[in-house]
Design a protein around this ligand. Structure first.
Ligand SMILES: NC(=O)c1ccc[n+]([C@@H]2O[C@H](COP(=O)([O-])OP(=O)(O)OC[C@H]3O[C@@H](n4cnc5c(N)ncnc54)[C@H](OP(=O)(O)O)[C@@H]3O)[C@@H](O)[C@H]2O)c1
Length: 333
């Protein structure tokens, strides 16, 4: 099958035969286990924007993850080792991915495979940690949030954004403002810890006025999952009406670009606004283990909540492009 030469055992997996395809459940050779590797019986593999973009072919990681086809999709998941230990895994050897019955973690990653706490179910363990890290890393380490400060989450209706609202609360933020278009999710944000919400589906002058209102009260950190036009409106709102020196640092962290890849950055948006633009990747890698431990502790304590949809592997094609609606799809073999 497929021209592979090893002694084959086959498994069910989400397979693509080229960039731009929708993955389908097919038979595929099980990955080989080499010395020091970990064989995992997969229980859940997360489906994120990253997976869709890399399979489409235009992402900078596309050719690294898919050097040849056919290939199994999925970049991370959760499953059990031969001895029953439940682990979270990533970094698989192409052409194998996480959306399969079996995954093999290469030995160079095997030492860093985290154990999943028994209190955390496999789908939650697959779905939440990476998304939670997108806010924990900039808030605690990159932008250095201090207790009592104000956080604005631009795109708080997405999975990572909903978690960002909760993470900001867990880190002691004072005011937490969430923005988004999905009104059902916006309505849930106060229950997750948001002190105010801004409806980005409202007419633009109303959105601009809402940003201006929040800017008057002061914003310390913006976690930006969407960029584009909403961020432009926010930047305009942060321009002070009086001449003078900036009175407050406003650290804007670029994480995603769901609303557009560019903003028109006028000079006055920086001159005296206190705005500092930074990327989510501006974090010392040495903090990663400590941050990951924190996320697992929050999950163990049941402190983070986002809707998770468990989809059987055989239905992966139907789930692939389904609108997320503020929930995370997890593929279950
Ligand atoms: N592991 C991770 O989760 C991870 C890691 C690194 C980076 N990121 C990045 O973080 C971003 C969010 O990820 P996610 O998984 O939370 O995505 P998601 O659940 O699909 O959420 C997407 C967010 O973008 C908003 N959005 C989409 N199109 C928009 C538009 N045209 N105008 C305004 N808002 C728009 C959505 O708002 P509505 O639903 O209200 O329309 C929602 O808040 C993505 O760019 C992703 O690449 C995520």
């Amino acid at each position: 099958m497929y021209g592979y030469h090893w002694e084959e055992r086959t498994m069910k997996a989400a397979v693509v035969h080229g960039f731009g395809e929708t993955p389908r459940c097919e038979d595929f050779p099980e990955p080989e286990v080499e010395d020091g590797d970990l064989r995992v019986r997969v229980e859940a593999a997360v489906l994120e924007t990253f997976d869709r973009l890399t399979v489409r072919g235009g992402h900078y990681a596309s050719r690294h993850l898919f050097p040849r086809f056919p290939a199994v999709v999925g970049h991370s998941g959760v499953g059990t080792l031969e001895d029953g230990t439940r682990v979270a895994f990533a970094g698989l050897r192409p052409p194998h991915g996480a959306m399969a019955e079996v995954a093999v973690v290469p030995r160079e990653h095997a030492a860093h495979v985290p154990r999943v706490p028994v209190e955390v179910d496999p789908a939650t363990a697959a779905a939440l940690p990476a998304a939670a890290m997108t806010s924990l890393l900039p808030l605690r380490y990159g932008a250095g949030l201090e207790p009592g400060q104000t956080v604005l989450v631009n795109g708080a209706t997405g999975v990572a954004g909903q978690l960002a609202v909760q993470v900001a609360g867990l880190l002691g933020a004072g005011r937490i403002v969430g923005t988004g278009r999905n009104r059902a999710v916006l309505a849930e944000l106060p229950g997750r810890g948001a002190t105010a919400v801004i409806d980005l589906a409202a007419p633009e002058d109303e959105v601009a006025a809402a940003f201006a209102h929040q800017a008057t009260d002061g914003i310390d950190v913006v976690l930006d999952y969407i960029w584009g036009r909403p961020t432009e409106l926010l930047l305009r709102a942060l321009v002070p009406s009086q001449v003078g020196l900036a009175t407050r640092r406003v650290r804007i962290v670029a994480i995603g670009e769901a609303a557009g890849p560019t903003v028109a950055l006028r000079a006055d948006m920086l001159r005296t606004s206190g705005v500092e633009l930074r990327g989510a990747g501006l974090v010392d890698p040495a903090v990663l283990p400590e941050a990951a431990t924190q996320v697992w502790e929050w999950l163990r304590a049941g402190a983070l909540h986002v809707g998770v949809d468990r989809v059987p592997l055989r239905d992966v094609a139907d789930a692939w492009d389904r609108p997320a609606g503020g929930r995370r799809v997890v593929i279950v073999p």
